[in-house]
Design a protein around this ligand. Structure first.
Ligand code: SAM
Length: 194
């Protein structure tokens, strides 16, 4: 069988180079990127939310999968790291950047999303219920770094294990644990009321 040619978004490559210069090491890897792109492609005209822009690596993949009618809102508290994302992705009219505390952002939310990539504390370890209230039925809630990894702090690993259990216990979510990359959870919102 021929090996597949990996199509990596140009912006992702440039973003990783700049992230390295900045010393930012929290960008998603290619495997997570591929999954995000595929999930994004499954939601034509979708409304996407990313909590934790970082330097824009994951956003580059999400955008690559989105169709022309989809939109992405991405939030980060740190303007320095987010400025790299803005520089590389800011010309795309489908993307809106928000520089503020994710918790404050979530508290103010009024709209619902088809896809939430929760990649920072708020929306994952804080305000989880409120965040999931803003996910449409059939929508995806995605987190990564779920497998115990030595490079992650102990405090994070304990929280990740608890979070997985909390998600599994919710009757309105169908959970798939993906043995892929750093370990991902794909939760799909069902029509079941809590
Ligand atoms: C894991 S990184 C995001 C990486 C990015 N999603 C990617 O894969 O390329 C987490 C980000 O969350 C941001 N962050 C930390 N605390 C936050 C908060 N309270 N609200 C919003 N963003 C926060 C950090 O500045 C950091 O850029």
């Amino acid at each position: 069988m021929e090996s597949s040619v990996i199509q990596v978004p140009e912006a992702y490559v440039k973003i990783l180079q700049e992230s390295q210069l900045l010393g930012f090491e929290q960008s998603c890897d290619r495997k997570t990127g591929f999954l995000l792109k595929g999930l994004a492609a499954s939601k034509p005209g979708g409304s996407f939310l990313e909590l934790g822009t970082g330097t824009g690596a994951s956003a580059a993949w999400i955008i690559d999968g989105m169709d022309e009618f989809s939109t992405l809102t991405t939030v980060d508290i740190d303007s320095r790291v987010q400025s790299i994302a803005r520089r590389h992705l800011g010309n795309d009219r489908r993307v809106s950047f928000c520089c503020e505390d994710g918790a404050a952002f979530i508290q103010k939310l009024s709209e619902r999303f088809d896809f939430i990539f929760a990649d920072t504390w708020p929306g994952k370890f804080e305000l989880l219920d409120k965040t999931l209230d803003h996910l449409n039925v059939g929508g995806f809630y995605v987190i990564h770094n779920v497998f115990p990894q030595s490079k992650l702090p102990e405090k994070y690993r304990i929280k990740a294990t608890k979070l997985l259990k909390t998600l599994q216990d919710r009757p309105d979510l169908d959970i798939t644990e993906l043995d892929w990359s750093t370990g991902l959870i794909l939760a799909v919102k069902t029509g079941v009321n809590l």
